[in-house]
Ligand binder design. Structure first.
Ligand code: MTE
Length: 309
């Protein structure tokens, strides 16, 4: 019989409320707690509580850990916002390998631990703006995607990079149904991917990445709508032509390849002029590029962003 011994860094649900974490994160981090047990099978190790904030960090009020980990979009586990928190614990994330393909000099199948070994992690506080007109401020932990891309040495033909999420219907119950043409795929133009704001995230709030948020690694592109930030990545593919992306394939009229946050271009079914931040009642005016215009607008100089939505 296998008896699971509770590690001393694992807290029982009754021992800690997530609220304590976001009310006084620093005190929480400094304490003995190194993990939160929110639901059976979910424990997040506080592996990254000492990473330094990046120069792009914001001092805006953070969205609560509770909201970030209980209100999710991760269709692999169902379409309800609470489905990922309920079902993602079924996902096996160790071992995890990433296949690197296409226009690069170092294609191959890499173990995640090897790939992470040489990354200097940075903590960045980003606003992840989601399509359904809500937004959050999430203290991601990650490193610039550019660091990875350089490791794989893209060839001169590489103009784009495409990512795939794991396809494993035995653990991802939503994949048994065809909401999306699985696997979930996303892509960026190479210069977008190389921008220092584009992050490979491995955690949040100083913890390893909760499964419902895309463990063990996911993309974070803070100036784009949330669906560009693909979770649980297993494939990185360098291409010469613009790659397919899940939502663009599903509904090209509603979801373009670029998907930069743009209050002047309405989604065909709703205005994108304002957003409601989770935890607030009032609506806020949505900023172009989610407030990162100064950093990224030049990537799109000369492009008609109404056509390239
Ligand atoms: N990645 C995968 N593989 N599957 C998904 O359904 N949903 C996207 C994006 N990445 C999604 C995904 C959408 S629509 C949003 S808004 C964000 O993840 C939500 O991220 P969060 O749940 O961590 O807030």
């Amino acid at each position: 019989m296998l008896v699971r011994v509770k590690q001393d860094w694992e807290l029982r649900e009754r021992d800690v409320t997530p609220e304590r974490l976001y009310l006084n994160r620093r005190r929480f981090m400094a304490g003995s707690a190194a993990a939160l047990a929110l639901a059976p099978g979910m424990a997040f190790a506080a592996k990254y509580d000492d990473v330094a904030p990046s120069p792009f960090s914001t001092d805006e009020k953070l969205t609560s850990f509770d909201a970030i980990t209980r209100y999710n979009n991760f269709y692999e586990f169902g379409t309800g916002k609470e489905d990922p928190a309920k079902y993602a614990h079924n996902l096996t994330t160790e071992p995890w390998t990433i296949s690197v393909e296409g226009e690069c000099h170092r294609p191959g199948i890499y173990g995640l631990d090897d790939l992470l070994a040489n990354q200097d992690l940075e903590e960045r506080i980003y606003r992840l703006r989601c399509v359904e007109a809500w937004s959050m401020v999430i203290p991601w932990v990650g490193f610039p995607l550019a660091d990875w891309i350089n490791t794989f040495e893209p060839t001169g033909n590489a103009k784009y990079v495409q990512f795939d999420t794991l396809y494993r219907p035995s653990e991802m119950r939503g994949q048994k149904r065809g909401f999306i043409d699985w696997p979930y795929q996303e892509g960026l133009r190479l210069d977008e991917a190389m921008h220092p704001l584009t992050l490979i995230a491995v955690g949040l709030y100083g913890q390893t990445m909760p499964k419902q948020n895309g463990a063990p690694i996911r993309l974070v592109v803070p100036w784009k709508y949330g669906f560009k930030s693909i979770k649980s990545i297993v494939n990185v593919r360098f291409t010469e032509t613009q790659p397919e992306t899940a939502w663009n394939k599903e509904n090209p009229r509603e979801y373009g390849f670029y998907s930069n946050v743009n209050p002047d271009v309405d989604h065909p079914r709703w205005s994108q002029k304002s957003e409601r931040r989770i935890g607030e009642l009032r609506r806020r005016t949505t900023l172009p590029f989610n407030g990162y215009g100064e950093q990224v607008a030049s990537l799109y100089a000369g492009m008609d962003l109404r056509k390239n939505y």
